[in-house]
Design a protein around this ligand. Sequence first.
Ligand code: HEM
Length: 535
Amino acid sequence: DAPETVTPTGIPTGAPKVSKSQQGEFLTTAQGARLRDTDHSLKAGPRGPVLLQDHHFREKMTHFDHERIPERVVHARGAGAHGTFTAYGSATEVTKAGFLAKGKETEVFVRFSTVLGSRGSADTVRDTRGFATKFYTDEGTFDLVGNNIPVFFIQDAIKFPDIIHAAKWHPDREIPQAQSAHDTFWDFVSLHTEAQHHTMWNMSDRGIPRSYRHMEGFGVHTFRLVNAAGETVLAKFHWKPKLGVHSLDWEEAQIAAGVDPDFHRRDLYDSIEAGAFPEWELGLQVFPDSEEETFAGIDLLDATKIVPEELAPVQPVGKLVLTGVPTNFHAEVEQVAFHLGHLPPGIDVTNDPLLQGRLFSYVDTQLTRLGGPNYSQIPINRPHAPVNDMLRDGFHQHAVHGGVAPYRPNSLDGGNPFTTDTGFLDLPVRVAESAKVRENPVSFDDHYSQVRQFWLSMSPVEKEHIVRAYTFELAKCYEQAIKERQVQCLANIDPVLCEQVATGLGLPVPEPTVPLQDLEPSPVLSQVGGEWPAD
Ligand code: HEM
């Protein structure tokens, strides 16, 4: 075969090629020696014992013994697919990112996931879903690492280990439903009340999607975009599924989890193989870039807040179509490594303290999960843009770098010139003149009004599902004080919600401790929309 691309590192760029292993005329060892037998070990006579000198036996067994890599610390359970993103050209006013230029087609790999379960867990559990997209753009890889819920549990990344410790399996029995595992989750979200918004989305029908094809995706954080003239805006990314947003009923989800734990994975691959290619539209909510980084009074750096779409409509900028199932699940779905810092020119990060912490965490975990610093050479992670870096050596290095001067400037290897105008430019955003502090801005203090607005936006049947979910999940808590504290949070969201859940749990109905705001329902938050017809 001709090489896919000739690159300075000798590592091909572009899509991974299907390996030819096990398609030759003869089976061989890893060294290419032809095999006569792979079913019988070498023994001192037919009745043994087995001889240590049997290299084939040891090579086969040793490799098998090391087949597993660590599962992701979160989002371990997932499924991925290949596809194409085609830009409408509508975003060129606000970003110079080349993959958003009119008609531009870019190859993508998308990985969907649950957050909390292990690799072998069921698909249809109540959880947030990951929606991570790798765009192999001509200007370097862009990873949009989003979820199907537009807000997050916490405002500051430093709490991420804590919320995950509270929500994942229980440390003594390693089952999420173990005694007091519900206690730890509700303990956390009732003590860290910023988590109430995300929790309400989880308790709603959004927590049990019908399939990956029926999910929205959200970048969650606010990003900063820059156009060719150097002008900046703030923006949030949205994926809108062509099939609309649909969920499973709780009972359906329970049955599917038992009958077919691979329900979502199977749906994704079956639909692609049947030619019913899943589609999403990528859209942007765009806000003026201001020193306050707020819009309509909402702090754009607070990942527990949305900007309602009626205030800032989602403007479509391109279309994603998934057309290819993985050839090898391990090589593609398990080895893919996403990172928020993988940005093309035209898209930059903001100071959202959750986003900032994520910039550290993903590389750090991938160093362990993928065995060292060279995982960007793994086929699924290779950029499709040419690579010419000064990174050298390390575990699992596959490049044979020539030259003697991996530094710049140099006078020996051509000097390693920089690009003058096409590279990524860190935007010269002013950093506040402030003393070092650990406090949050005051604008992060409101933990209830958007949760209330979400609740008020639901149709009657969606409200009924939410009440049932809170009542069912809280009933599993052993600690009365935790149930009561969460019911107090519900009182701060809405008296009807609180009254119905408290009654279901046999608890008194508390008074709110914060003033309840008079809010308009948001028409786009309900999946049903409008009034549910009376029976
Ligand atoms: C996966 C950390 C918040 C979406 C992961 C992984 C880590 C992590 C360590 C495993 C990565 C790997 O093994 O390759 C964090 C931290 C967060 C945070 C520290 C907050 C401080 C979020 C948020 C979103 C998100 C807000 C959505 C907007 C995802 C997705 C994956 C993931 C989709 C799975 C990626 C894949 O499919 O490989 N996260 N995360 N995370 N995270 Fe986060």
